[in-house]
Write a protein that binds this ligand. Structure first.
Ligand code: BTN
Length: 246
């Protein structure tokens, strides 16, 4: 991955840039990095704060042979790859909040947005967007983010080399992606479960279908989160937002 890499000083969103490359027929593994995004996007149509030089704002093109119902597997895989790279590069004890937010001590320092383009019920390609807050100081955050977000610099006490970390993320992503294609999802699921901070907790899950309360017990083979409700019934969750009281 990263053999075709484009570095931009500023862009709207690297997601759109990679989508354009995908439509032009570029091979999988192509990456776009931006120093700054003026319209960075998060999950559920949220904005992603992407100021210049403070983070890794990158998107990677994937062309998996994947059934639509298995795209959550790729979402989880990307989270595992980034989490492992951050731990290896910085020693920070990053954990994964379902599906793929990365947290340190309960604060988010990385978000992942996996967008799939589907045609005739088949996945044509996926764009894995990765945003890591690397060298933010506390005062770089707007007020509303100060209590919920953190950066690798804040957590480790020193600046982190963005180029080295971006390279480690790509290496890990490529490694896990090929492992997944060879061995299937179960090995990724085990890695995810070991890094997860959202298992075996009493949680509330909010998604377009409503609110579900229960205890998270693990992943099912398709990559859905298994939640056991109070009446003992199990539900499979494929999208939404998890919260819990610490
Ligand atoms: C989230 O946690 O809601 C996902 C955030 C994803 C942010 C990254 S930064 C690089 C790529 N470009 C975007 O516009 N978004 C993703």
């Amino acid at each position: 991955f990263g053999r075709k890499a484009v570095m931009l000083p500023s862009t709207l969103s690297t997601q759109g840039d990679v989508q354009k490359l995908a439509e032009e027929g570029v091979d999988e593994g192509a990456v776009v990095f931006a120093e700054e995004q003026t319209g960075g996007r998060g999950r559920f149509g949220r904005k992603w704060f992407s100021p210049s030089g403070k983070g890794i704002w990158m998107s990677v093109l994937l062309r998996p042979e994947l059934a639509i119902q298995h795209t959550p597997q790729l979402t989880l895989l990307t989270g595992v790859a980034v989490c492992r790279a951050i731990r290896a590069c910085t020693g920070a004890q990053a954990g994964i909040k379902w599906p793929n937010d990365l947290l340190i001590d309960g604060r988010k320092m990385c978000g992942i947005l996996l967008e799939s383009t589907v045609e005739d019920h088949e996945v044509r390609y996926c764009v894995a967007g990765i945003g890591v807050d690397v060298n933010f100081d506390k005062h770089d955050y707007p007020e509303d983010l100060q209590h919920i977000a953190t950066s690798l610099k804040i957590e480790t006490g020193h600046p982190v080399d963005r180029t080295a970390l971006a390279a480690a993320i790509l290496t890990e992503l490529e490694h896990l992606y090929f492992l997944y294609q060879k061995e299937g999802f179960s090995v990724i699921a085990s890695l995810w479960e070991a890094l997860s901070v959202s298992l075996h907790r009493k949680v509330t899950i909010t998604n377009p279908h409503g609110v579900i309360e229960g205890t998270t017990v693990g992943l099912d083979p398709s990559g859905a989160l298994v939640v056991e409700k109070q009446d003992g019934q199990r539900e499979l969750i494929v999208s939404g937002e998890v919260s819990w009281k610490s």
